[in-house]
Design a protein around this ligand. Structure first.
Ligand SMILES: Cc1cc2nc3c(=O)[nH]c(=O)nc-3n(C[C@H](O)[C@H](O)[C@H](O)COP(=O)(O)OP(=O)(O)OC[C@H]3O[C@@H](n4cnc5c(N)ncnc54)[C@H](O)[C@@H]3O)c2cc1C
Length: 288
């Protein structure tokens, strides 16, 4: 492991002062991505700033307007919180898929987002639930960035030097809304998604017409993507098997996958179709 300095501030102000220092300064939350990247020289750092002791980044709360997830909150805490309070099933099921129990106890949702892997499991659920990234820096103050605009490429975000993710804010889902996330991996766990799909639908209970649809894909493009055409095809339609088939076909248009050791581009496109159908059907089951 290359040498770097390490600081563990206990206030946000102190963390921002450290983040503004010259050189390569990197935040660390759970460390499940960054430590491995530093060890294998895929990232370098002069200073690593631990975010896990900063109270503002560990806040997790829900009220009538929605859910706030501090950037350093672990996947385990997010899973338990949503299981208790409800409202964001796709996100809780993705939090429970990251690595293993041990990884979920350390790994944060914020780290999953800031690592910006196209395969990150919690990002499609955050996107279908319309998460907004709240960021902060010593020089630029606070910014609110819709999560869909947060990613600049594989491993790249729009965060500026010295800027950190403070929290993710998700609006309260309207009544008669359901969401689901599924990924395909060749093993049962501890693997990277070959493809992942998050879906959310809001349905008028009397007419069965979809009033809102959100579909987001992982591992099929340089960044996580929304399948806008598929969403549009569902909105205003009665939700039935034909509507689901049509939407599943249209998701393929949003996928620009690569072929690699985990699967060919064609295979990934087929997976996207299958996972879209399955997640939409799970949403329907959840809506009863
Ligand atoms: C064995 C194993 C299995 C895994 N399985 C999965 C899986 O199934 N699905 C999946 O999606 N991922 C998986 N991962 C990847 C990883 O666990 C997740 O991406 C995790 O959510 C990262 O969170 P973290 O808190 O550990 O991030 P860290 O490693 O601490 O940080 C990740 C990145 O985010 C930056 N960062 C952290 N906090 C902030 C902040 N507040 N502001 C700005 N930047 C910040 C860091 O500088 C770094 O670049 C796995 C990793 C391992 C080691």
């Amino acid at each position: 492991m290359p040498n770097f300095d390490y600081e563990a501030p206990t206030s946000l102000a102190e963390a921002l002062e450290l983040m503004a220092r010259p050189g390569e300064v990197r935040p660390l939350a759970g460390g499940t991505d960054i430590i491995d990247q530093l060890k294998s020289n895929r990232r370098n750092a002069d200073l690593v700033v631990d975010m896990k002791r900063i109270p503002e980044l560990l806040e997790l709360s829900m009220n009538g307007s929605g859910l706030r997830i501090g950037s350093a909150v672990s996947c385990t805490d997010v899973y338990n919180f949503i299981e208790e309070h409800g409202g964001y099933p796709a996100l809780s099921e993705s939090a429970a898929l990251v690595g293993s129990i041990h990884i979920q106890n350390r790994a944060s949702i914020g780290g999953n987002v800031c690592n910006a892997a196209p395969s990150a499991d919690t990002i499609p659920p955050l996107l279908v639930h319309e998460a907004v990234a709240h960021t902060v820096s010593a020089s630029g103050g606070e910014r609110e960035i819709p999560l869909i605009d947060f990613f600049a490429g594989p491993g790249q975000t729009v965060l500026q030097k010295g800027e950190i993710l403070k929290e993710l804010v998700l609006p309260a889902p309207p009544a008669n809304t359901a969401s689901a996330y599924l990924r395909f991996i060749p093993r049962n766990e501890m693997d990277i998604a070959v493809a992942g799909v998050g879906s959310l639908i809001e349905v008028d209970p009397s007419s069965k017409v979809v009033t809102k649809a959100r579909i987001s894909l992982a591992s099929v493009a340089p960044t996580p993507v929304r399948a806008y055409e598929a969403e549009n095809s569902l909105e205003g339609s009665v939700i039935d098997a034909d509507a689901i088939d049509r939407a599943a076909d249209l998701t393929v248009g949003a996928a620009v996958p690569i072929t690699d050791v985990r699967g060919s581009a064609e295979y990934r496109k087929e997976l996207v179709k299958v996972l879209t159908k399955r997640t939409l059907n799970i949403c329907l089951e959840r809506l009863g």
